[in-house]
Design a protein around this ligand. Structure first.
Ligand SMILES: [Zn+2]
Ligand SMILES: [Zn+2]
Length: 141
């Protein structure tokens, strides 16, 4: 974390380092794990921006028979993830919209979403948490 190198004159820098250690590394000998180390890897799949803190992870469920289309179609359509997003559900919907998926109006964005095949000539998909008893109401994400 660059603790060893300290400029001799810049007190502001030293204060910043102290605060950072207090928040991040170690308090009274107890190590507090933080996300500092892999910050760069945490990018939102929806907006592409850096994610502060814990990303919201969403996985797409496997298709279960008898809904199963040819497996190549599923593979082409869905990367099962987990995909990482900002906590705001609109970021997941951005991700879905960019891929041409529909989103069920009765669904929330949850850690596990299931793909809903949409009948028609083209293979199209909606995503839903699958937790409601009614028929899906799929709208553009
Ligand atoms: Zn985002
Ligand atoms: Zn639904």
């Amino acid at each position: 974390m660059g603790d060893r190198w300290r400029p001799p004159t810049d007190r502001g820098y030293n204060r910043a380092v102290t605060e950072m250690r207090f928040r991040g590394g170690e308090i009274m000998g107890i190590r507090i794990p933080t996300v500092f180390e892999d910050n760069d890897a945490q990018r939102c799949a929806g907006c592409g921006e850096h994610i502060d803190g814990t990303p919201f992870r969403v996985s797409i469920m496997d298709i279960v028979p008898p809904e199963a289309p040819p497996s190549w179609a599923v593979g082409a359509a869905f990367n099962p993830g987990p995909h990482e997003f900002h906590a705001d559900p609109t970021h997941f919907r951005t991700w879905a919209r960019e891929r041409g998926f529909f989103f069920c109006r009765l669904s929330d964005v949850r850690e596990l979403m299931r793909p809903i095949p949409i009948p028609g000539d083209d293979v199209r998909w909606g995503v839903c948490d699958g937790l409601h008893p009614q028929a899906h109401e799929l709208v553009p994400a």
